[in-house]
Design a protein around this ligand. Structure first.
Ligand code: HEM
Length: 514
């Protein structure tokens, strides 16, 4: 019998359902073999890591949702080494002075910077519809960034110094009555309020009025309320960008959530419109942004201009507050460092008016305290993910295949014993050349990132953080309250969900007994 006849005979006896099951099984088996090959023999199989992570992004997604991803990743790095495979297409690195520029720096010229991993960065655009510089694609980013960098130049910081000092005075005035009653308060509120008011004034010449109430502004409610949702959306996008986006769209369109997000965006838009209609007598950041917009050889779309202005008034204060919380918490719980710094400040400056950005930048202990705080609770604690392009990329002499998400894990880097002596301990003296810490790799700390997409407001942040702490220590005696004992247990959902920083404040004595 010819082969054709045999096949014909069998096909006649196979039902359509059997055929469908057969085809489906074949596809599933083929997919399973492909997955197994990618997990165990693919180009990333040479990297160590938890076995399940080579097969699926589920563990990584789960860690993100728990809010404890930072600690889990530090454990994973100490078990598997400096480069770990944390997903089928994900690598996490312990940062060093050379790894940072390799992943985040310009490779050859600007265009060769690794693009951001959209699975995280598109989340913001999909929530608010903002096309800001954080999430912008490389070409758009090039244009948007020019709008903001000059606003934070050293020259502009000198121009803005009287404004900074004005806001410090207002913060102190608001805290004086509380100190006179020796009350316990959440000092995090003072950090948040001064950051929001100062920044809104700087960008839009508007008084946001937060310090007047000394309470968290409405933006904080939106940010804190959405953090875990953002982590869930991110986790789903790792698993499947399409499903993740669909679920996120469903959530943000729940009427209550939509209203909250829209109110948030509309309030900001109205503030920008009001400022545009009524220019202030002295230049603010928007003056600079408008000037750059007019000079730009490429027309800047209106939505990009608004989004950029919005991100400056929202992302900045959030980052500053988070940084000041961690710097404060660690400083206030170390009596020796605290007393030494207080005495230095009260000896050098007699009144609030004496504080100047230049003089403060010469105070080594203050600088060290800020750096050590940044190191212990970096923002963000996790990875700023980048993605390899279609031709792949070379990192540390190893070829990484296309569409691999990779980045430096900040928390794991800064808590690694390979980089720091007593990595989990608080030692500002490591930044002051103390011999005990001579082997510390201080240059692996890049809290503001590096390369074309690093933070444009680094100098500004330094100025303001120094002024805030000097103002507090000059005017108040501060003590951590028992209620602050749980502060370190705060969770991270890409950024920190900060816990209250409960402190008792009193009017300052002249110097503090050593
Ligand atoms: C201690 C405070 C701050 C820290 C630790 C910090 C950290 C960072 C980091 C790590 C990035 C890179 C993000 C990425 O690669 O996705 C970044 C970007 C950015 N930061 Fe900051 N930042 C701080 C304060 C501020 C302030 C006060 C402002 C606003 C005035 C600001 C505005 C921005 C903007 C606009 C970007 C996007 C830059 C770009 O894409 O070109 N930051 N920041």
């Amino acid at each position: 019998m010819a082969i054709r006849d045999v096949l014909q005979e069998h096909l006649d006896t196979i039902s359509t359902v059997d055929l469908a099951i057969f085809l489906l099984s074949t596809v599933l088996i083929w997919l399973a073999i492909r997955k197994a090959h990618h997990a165990t023999r693919g180009p990333l199989s040479a990297f160590p890591g938890p076995r399940l992570c080579a097969w699926t992004d589920l563990p990584q997604g789960y860690w993100k949702v728990t809010g404890r991803e930072h600690e889990i990743m530090a454990d994973i790095h100490s078990k598997y080494g400096p480069v770990v495979r944390i997903g089928p297409r994900h690598l996490s690195y312990i940062g060093t002075a050379t790894i940072w520029p390799e992943i985040y720096g310009e490779k050859v010229g600007y265009a060769k910077c690794l693009p951001k991993d959209k699975r995280l960065y598109d989340l913001i655009e999909d929530c608010f519809g903002w096309k800001d510089s954080l999430a912008a694609a490389p070409d758009d980013h090039k244009v948007i960034r020019k709008l903001v960098v000059s606003s934070f130049s050293p020259r502009m910081n000198v121009h803005f110094e009287p404004r900074y000092k004005g806001w410090m005075k207002k913060m102190v005035e608001q805290l004086v009555p509380i100190a006179e009653r020796a009350e316990i308060m959440d000092l995090g509120k003072a950090f948040q309020c001064v950051a929001v008011d100062l920044q809104t004034d700087l960008v839009l010449s508007v008084d946001a009025g937060s310090l007047k109430t000394l309470d968290y502004p409405p933006t904080k409610v939106v940010v804190n309320g959405s953090l875990q949702g953002v982590a869930v959306a991110h986790a789903l996008r790792l698993f499947s960008p399409t499903i993740g986006r669909a679920v996120q769209k469903t959530i943000v369109n729940i009427p209550h959530v939509r209203k909250l997000l829209d109110n948030f965006a509309v309030t900001l838009s109205k503030r920008i419109d009001a400022r545009l209609a009524d220019p202030p007598p002295t230049n603010d950041v928007l003056t600079e942004v408008l000037r750059k917009t007019e000079l730009s050889p490429v027309p800047i779309p209106k939505d990009q201009f608004y989004s950029t202005t919005k991100i400056l008034t929202v992302a900045g204060p959030e980052a500053m507050t988070s940084a000041m919380n961690t710097i404060g918490y660690h400083l206030f719980r170390e009596p020796e460092t605290f007393k030494t710094l207080v005495n230095q400040i009260r000896t050098r400056f007699k009144t609030q008016d004496d504080l100047s950005v230049k003089a403060l930048s010469e105070m080594d202990l203050l600088t060290a305290v800020i750096k050590e705080g940044h190191r212990l609770y970096p923002l963000p604690p996790g990875i700023l993910p980048r993605c390899t392009p279609k031709e792949g990329a070379w990192v540390q002499g190893v070829w990484i295949p296309p569409n691999t998400s990779l980045g430096v894990h900040q928390w794991a880097t800064y808590r690694s014993d390979t980089n720091f002596h007593d990595a989990n301990g608080y030692h500002p003296e490591r930044w002051m050349g103390h011999p005990k810490f001579k082997n510390d790799r201080l240059d692996c700390v890049q809290i503001f990132s590096v390369g074309a997409r690093r933070c444009p407001a680094e100098i500004f942040s330094w100025y303001v953080i120094r002024l805030v702490f000097a103002s507090l220590l000059l005017n108040f005696d501060i003590e951590l309250a028992d209620e602050a004992s749980e502060w370190p247990q705060q969770k991270s959902y890409w950024i920190w969900r900060t816990r209250p920083l409960m402190c008792r404040i009193r009017p300052a004595k002249k110097t503090v007994a050593a």
